[in-house]
Design a binder for this molecule. Structure first.
Ligand code: NAP
Ligand code: ZN
Length: 353
């Protein structure tokens, strides 16, 4: 077994502690990655706060992984030692079902193996990227193109692909009016990507103070949602709404902003159910949809798109002993716009008793 240092929680809402975890020995198709940076996604926070399900411990989150290849198995052809690589939310899937064959591994009919908190095909619990090293089968390792910095590329592996995929699927581009709800990790990437695709972008935010940032990131318009007139003024004005909010929202209010045949796609994943009134859809032949990350081929396409357009995440790099503080700020919508852990700072941390 390969041992790695990690930051983990050992119970519901407990603070992070330093620990040692085991990674499997390198199989013929495996890649050993020295992790350099790992982004903090709000999904990590949902897990740590037990908002989605009952977790097993230790829980090592992190699915926005950027690093360098340290070793490869004997049959690996896609990657070599020293390559700059990334790993996102999945580390494996069945590879045989119709969705996997289409490169839509995130919709694997047998269920893809999540980067942390899952049981892999070897019967081992998966641990995420708040860690010094990880072993991943080569097909789930992405190439980080030259021109992208590793630290600001890390969040592309989840926040980037989760917004790129629905923007592409629902045709964001010239002539399309796209609204992004929530300017956080996902939201700020949605703005950059939709703008780069040529769409007209509006940010809908409950934080009035984010207007300047929204426009700098590429939005054409900004609307504070606390303003009671906001929803009336913007009625029937968007072709696509990407909702990235981590909490419950008033779906009917947002659906009223869709033009004829418009779609609201939820990528935000609050633990609580949301309801909507049928008339919000019937009027205007509107659709309400969801989307989860993106497949491996599309994730590589997104990374290449970001390199071609000079896009990375806006990040605040933190030391590995500052994760709890970062979570508290994300929960207050006070992230500008993704925290990224500098994994090198784990070297100085003592293992907890
Ligand atoms: P984040 O950085 O915390 O951003 C969420 C943003 O939503 C906040 O910055 C805030 O923006 C807004 N918001 C938060 N609480 C709100 C509230 N109570 N009312 C209204 N607006 C609120 O989170 P993230 O990392 O972008 O993740 C967002 C959600 O997407 C999470 O639920 C996460 O689990 C989910 N997610 C889904 C996928 C997928 O595949 N579908 C992948 C990754 C993450 P403003 O200040 O601008 O309002
Ligand atoms: Zn994520």
């Amino acid at each position: 077994m390969i041992t790695a240092k990690a930051r983990a929680v050992f119970g519901l809402n407990e603070p992070f502690k330093t620990t040692t975890i085991e990674r499997r020995d390198l199989g013929p198709k495996d890649v050993l990655i020295d992790i350099k940076y790992c982004g903090i996604c709000h999904s990590d926070i949902h897990h740590v706060r037990g908002e989605w399900r009952k977790e097993t411990y230790p829980l090592v989150p992190g699915h926005e992984i950027a690093g360098m290849v340290a070793a490869v198995g004997s049959e690996v052809t896609k990657h070599k030692v020293g390559d700059r690589v990334g790993v996102g939310c999945m580390v494996d899937s069945c590879g045989e079902c119709e969705n996997c064959k289409k490169g839509q591994e995130q919709y694997c009919l047998k269920g893809s193996t999540m980067t942390y908190g899952a049981t892999d095909r070897y019967g081992m619990t998966t641990y995420g990227g708040y860690s010094t090293q990880v072993v991943v089968t080569e097909g789930f390792v992405l190439k980080i193109p030259e021109g992208l910095k590793l630290d600001s590329a890390a969040p592309l592996l989840c926040a980037g692909i989760t917004t790129y995929s629905p923007l592409r699927h629902w045709g964001a581009g010239p002539g399309k009016r796209v609204a992004v709800v929530g300017l956080g990790g996902l939201g700020h990437m949605a703005v950059k990507l939709a703008h780069a695709m040529g769409a007209e972008v509006t940010v809908l935010s409950h934080s009035a103070g984010k207007q300047d940032d929204a426009l700098r990131l590429g939005a054409d318009h900004f609307q504070a949602t606390g303003d009671p007139e906001a929803f009336k003024n913007l009625a029937k004005s968007f072709d696509l709404i990407v909702n990235t909010v981590s909490a419950k929202v008033d779906l009917d209010a947002y659906l009223s902003l869709l033009a004829l045949d418009g779609t609201m796609v939820n990528v935000g994943a609050p633990g609580e159910s949301m309801s909507l009134n049928a008339f919000s859809l019937i009027n205007g032949r509107r659709s309400f949809a969801g989307s989860v990350i993106g497949g491996i081929p599309e994730t590589q396409e997104m990374l290449d798109f970001c390199a071609a357009h000079g896009l990375g995440a806006d990040i605040e790099v933190i030391a590995a002993d500052k994760i709890d503080e970062a979570y508290a700020r994300v929960l207050k919508s006070d992230v500008r716009y993704r925290f990224v852990i500098d994994i090198a700072t784990m070297a100085g941390l003592e293992e907890a008793e």
